[in-house]
Design a protein around this ligand. Structure first.
Ligand SMILES: Cc1cc2nc3c(=O)[nH]c(=O)nc-3n(C[C@H](O)[C@H](O)[C@H](O)COP(=O)(O)OP(=O)(O)OC[C@H]3O[C@@H](n4cnc5c(N)ncnc54)[C@H](O)[C@@H]3O)c2cc1C
Length: 630
């Protein structure tokens, strides 16, 4: 949108001089025709070059969470300032990227700035908004200078404790080490923001915390926490399970009382995996917790290096890890020497190559976690002989939908799906067009049943009422991973691609597009309606029985298992030391959080993954502060 324009271009001055026959300071007398001609010349001059353009111009682009509007103020063709008008981006991700891009524009008086790593959508939204503002000004990128970059260098740095990754594990480790008296702590974070996957978590387990007692949840014990974790999945490292059981409550107390992270008295009340309920949430969500821990870390004197990616370990002749080679956003190579290196780089779900190497459930499932989960830490560890455990396992849920050609990016639609099967005649079928489960069961049961189906794929089959229910809930979902707008749904229905499969039409049309046998599906639909009429689902025991409208348009949407968290990584000791295959430790190398395996086995219980990140970070920070201070 164009606000106000003051042009003082040479063309306008010349027009004024010619028409008024006076000096350029005299107010010219002009006819309408002449003014139009002068303005046309001015516009042409401005299109050819932005020299002389003055004014404020706004443009809008599409960011991650909504529109991003950039206002540029130009004086005589020079960028005076750039500001964001009412952005809606998340403070920790898009917000930081916006701040960085605006400050580069203001510092260098140019619109020619780079995108910010890890904030692709926000960056392209800002670039789109800049382009629109330039169009409103009649200018192009060529009217502004390029930023000259210094030649990349190799820089050497030293620190006592070097932490790789500024997510929940890394930030708690850094703060805990500083609180315990260690002076020289550095966190390297490859993104332009901290928080990692932890910013997306709903909450954490905190059994035996003061908060658990305050809200009247009594009867918990370290033994129960241990038993609950051990009851889920296999291949646990029991030493780590005990660390978790004995310390998750203390960790929450420390986060709340020392770090001022506002965990509150709201808690999840119905996790069947928890013998005593112990899942707590934080005001402003875990992204707020991460922001507070980031600010605490830097204000205590911790050194946080953003957009700095750890690439490989530096080892000495005895195989001790003595540092890390990293690269920064300007292409510099930085060699950090450190007394101890802690890997806290999170999972690997966003790494298509690593996922495709794995067999089992991962190859079929949709990843809906964060882009930073690339398995960097696992790969660096393998390069120095660190043993990895439980690779190929992830915390799986049902009702995932892939966004595009591959399954590395997806949506999570559990609640809309559950509500739809509970309140309408919708049902699930497998690739053979057969129902296979009571659709209204708990997510874990749906997941387990889906795992046994061909290619671990299922389809939700809906009539008009079913689809109206599902699509309304999905399109109004406020979570970025759960929201599929109506426009996007239309696009999927109209696309020929089978990723994701959104099919509608007559039963035959919809079945054919979804790759199902129309006759088999028609038979299954009839069988479902007979089941409803009989009042008993003798095959699967579903009690929410509603007829499917056979005259309706049929909607079929493919659903896969989904995961945001991988469970495979470093096989560490009870002191978080990385081990080799032969059980010996790699001196100087430690790992915490999702990059480690074993605490949560092959199947984590709710709240236990983020809890492991912060608990392992808290304890490891204390231990290393003590040993490194000696
Ligand atoms: C959508 C979603 C919802 C979830 N909900 C829950 C929940 O409700 N409860 C629960 O318990 N768990 C939940 N989880 C899982 C949980 O959040 C994670 O397992 C846990 O928080 C991981 O913490 P972390 O610090 O180990 O890793 P992360 O938080 O992912 O942090 C790793 C950090 O390392 C950085 N990094 C990676 N590679 C490098 C490198 N080479 N150099 C420098 N930095 C690097 C990353 O950018 C990132 O900032 C959820 C996860 C997601 C994605």
């Amino acid at each position: 949108m164009r606000r106000s324009v003051f042009r003082t271009s040479a063309a306008l001055l010349m027009a004024a001089t010619l028409v008024g026959c006076g000096s350029s300071t005299t107010t010219p007398t002009t006819t309408v025709q002449e003014t139009t001609k002068a303005a046309a010349e001015t516009t042409a001059a401005a299109e050819a070059s932005g020299a002389g353009v003055s004014g404020e111009f706004e443009g809008t682009g599409k960011g991650f969470e909504g529109d991003v509007t950039v206002k540029i103020t130009v004086k005589d063709g020079v960028l005076e300032s750039a500001t964001i008008v009412g952005d809606k981006e998340t403070p920790n991700v898009g917000g930081n990227a916006i701040e960085k891009m605006m400050s580069e524009m203001n510092e260098h008086h140019t619109v020619n700035i780079d995108s910010v790593s890890g904030a692709t959508y926000t960056s392209s939204g800002v670039q789109e908004a800049i382009a629109a503002a330039l169009a409103a000004a009649g200018m192009t990128n060529k009217d502004f200078p390029e930023i000259e970059k210094a030649a990349a260098q190799t820089i050497e740095k030293e620190t006592s404790l070097l932490i790789l990754g500024g997510g929940g594990a890394g930030l708690t480790c850094g703060n805990s080490a500083l609180d315990s008296g260690l002076k020289d702590v550095t966190i390297l974070e490859k993104m332009s923001y901290t928080g990692g996957a932890t910013s997306n978590a709903g909450g954490i387990d905190a059994g035996l915390s003061k908060l658990q007692e305050e809200v009247g949840l009594t009867g918990d014990s370290a033994q129960l926490i241990h038993d609950d974790i051990m009851a889920s999945g296999e291949n646990h490292n029991e030493d780590l399970v005990w660390i978790m059981a004995n310390n998750q409550g203390k960790t929450l107390d420390w986060l709340k009382e020392t770090e001022n992270v506002p965990f509150n008295d709201r808690y999840a009340s119905d996790f069947p995996e928890h013998t005593v309920q112990r899942f707590f949430v934080c005001d402003g969500g875990m992204s707020n917790a991460m922001e507070i821990l980031t600010n605490n870390f830097t204000s205590k004197g911790g050194n946080l290096e953003l957009e700095t990616k750890a690439e490989e370990f530096i080892t000495d002749d005895e195989g001790r890890v003595v540092g890390v080679v990293a690269t920064d956003a300007d292409g510099n190579t930085i060699k950090y020497k450190a007394d101890a290196v802690v890997v806290a780089t999170g999972g690997y779900g966003a790494n298509a190559e690593m996922i495709s190497e794995k067999k089992g459930d991962l190859q079929y499932a949709v990843f809906y976690g964060v882009k930073s989960s690339m398995g960097d830490g696992q790969k660096m560890g393998e390069a120095v002989g660190a043993k990895m455990l439980n690779m190929g396992y992830a915390k799986m849920y049902p009702n995932g939908i892939s966004k595009g050609e591959d399954t590395i990016d997806g949506y999570a639609t559990p609640m809309p799906t559950l509500t739809t099967v509970n309140t309408t005649g919708a049902f699930f079928v497998n690739k053979d067009s057969k129902r296979f489960v009571n659709e209204t069961l708990a997510f874990a049961d749906i997941k387990n049943a889906t795992t046994k189906q061909p290619d671990e794929i299922m389809y939700i089959v809906m009539d008009q009422t079913g689809y109206d229910t599902w699509s309304e809930m999905v399109s109004t979902n406020t979570s970025a991973v759960g929201n599929i707008s109506m426009e996007q749904q239309e696009e999927f229905f109209n696309s020929d691609s089978d990723h994701p499969t959104f099919a509608r039409g007559t039963l035959k049309e919809a079945a054919e597009k979804a790759g199902l046998d129309p006759e088999a599906l028609s038979a299954e639909l009839k069988k479902w309606n007979e089941t409803v009429e009989s009042g008993t689902d003798s095959e699967f025991g579903r009690t929410a029985l509603t007829k499917f409208d056979e005259d309706s348009t049929v909607y079929i949407i493919e659903q896969r298992l989904r995961f945001a968290t991988t469970l495979g990584g470093y096989d560490v000791t009870a002191n978080f030391e990385a081990q080799k295959e032969d059980g010996t430790v790699i001196p100087g190398l430690y790992a915490i959080g999702e990059v480690t395996a074993g605490c949560n086995g092959t199947e984590a219980i709710p709240g236990s993954m983020a809890a492991w990140a912060v608990t392992s970070g808290y304890i490891c920070g204390q231990q290393l502060a003590e040993s490194l201070s000696k």
